[in-house]
Ligand binder design. Structure first.
Ligand code: 0GY
Length: 290
């Protein structure tokens, strides 16, 4: 692994918040193990191993029932570790893959059978080399036929340029980590209001209200400066929000979050039982287990 790599928390605390029955961790990854599933040559980072068994143990420990596993960029477009984890999960995991234009219909059908329900388009420059938008749109047309959707990862300053492209995507769109707002600027800043405006305008756009640990300036354990952003989305779009741990937290440099603390953020962003059930159960089930 990279010399400055921070491995995931070895013994997270038991969360105080008890997730409702059937809760879904809708954003997490598996890394390797590299001896079985080597990392991609074009990767921008080399992580520690973080296996499906460790992920499933964390799921149980935190009181969750299901996972949505998102292909991490360190595995490029080689989705074997993801598919292996989905097959081992006994129906309790769904996946989001990364594919190129050369993916075959047979590949897509195999991934669909294993539990993949979406593809991720990544615009974060430190993670991937750029892909032409027409290539992404071609992929989106193909996966639409399978009933899949598109997950997009970008940073707030890039949203304005991306909006025309996003409006051409013919499937539901899930935005990672609230479009990565700069929390120092506040909820009312035009960058975050632009994201809210997009969700207002385009009713097929969803948001993960995840990753306070990446966005926070205040830091653990409560990540209180991120909560107003997540709460704003949960309150306005209760049926189009998802939550995830982001375990094993790739590329964290400031600190490694305690996953129990991340779960304890939930009641501060979804402030009653109805919103918590929508966020953790009903919404992810509608999108991934329909
Ligand atoms: C995340 C965030 C990051 C990494 C990846 O696929 C990835 O490598 O998504 C990041 O470095 O911000 O959502 O896991």
């Amino acid at each position: 692994m990279d010399p400055d790599w921070l491995p995931y928390h070895p013994n997270p605390s038991v969360p105080t918040f008890v997730p409702p029955p059937g809760a879904v961790d809708a954003h997490c990854h598996v890394f390797g193990p590299a001896v079985q599933f080597p990392f991609a040559p074009e990767r921008k980072y080399t992580p520690c191993d973080a296996s499906k068994d460790q992920l499933f143990a964390l799921r149980d420990f935190l009181g969750f029932e299901r996972n949505v596993i998102v292909q991490a960029t360190c595995h490029g477009k080689d989705n074997r570790a993801l598919v292996d984890a989905l097959r081992a999960a006994g129906g309790r995991a769904r996946g989001v893959a990364s594919v190129g234009p050369d993916v075959t219909d047979a590949d897509l059908a195999e991934m669909d059978e294993a539990g993949v329900r979406g593809v991720r388009f990544n615009f974060v420059k430190r993670l991937v080399d750029a892909t032409p938008k027409d290539v992404f749109l071609g992929i989106a047309e193909r996966i639409k036929a399978l009933g899949w959707h598109v997950v997009v990862y970008f940073e707030a300053p890039d949203l304005e340029d991306l909006i025309p492209f996003l409006k051409r995507i013919p499937t539901p769109i899930v935005v990672d980590h609230m479009g990565r707002p700069d929390v120092a600027k506040g909820v009312d800043h035009p960058d975050f209001q632009r994201f809210i405006g997009l969700m207002d305008q385009v009713e097929t756009v969803w948001s993960k209200v995840s990753c306070p640990e990446r966005l926070s300036l205040e830091g653990p354990p409560t990540y209180g400066d991120v909560a107003p952003f997540a709460r704003a989305l949960v309150d306005r779009f209760p049926d189009r929000v998802l939550w995830g741990t982001d375990w094993p937290h790739p590329n964290m440099k400031s600190h490694m979050p305690d996953d129990g603390h991340l779960v304890d953020v939930i009641p501060n962003i979804a402030t009653d039982a109805q919103k918590q059930k929508a966020l953790l159960v009903d919404n992810p089930m509608r999108l991934y287990w329909k």
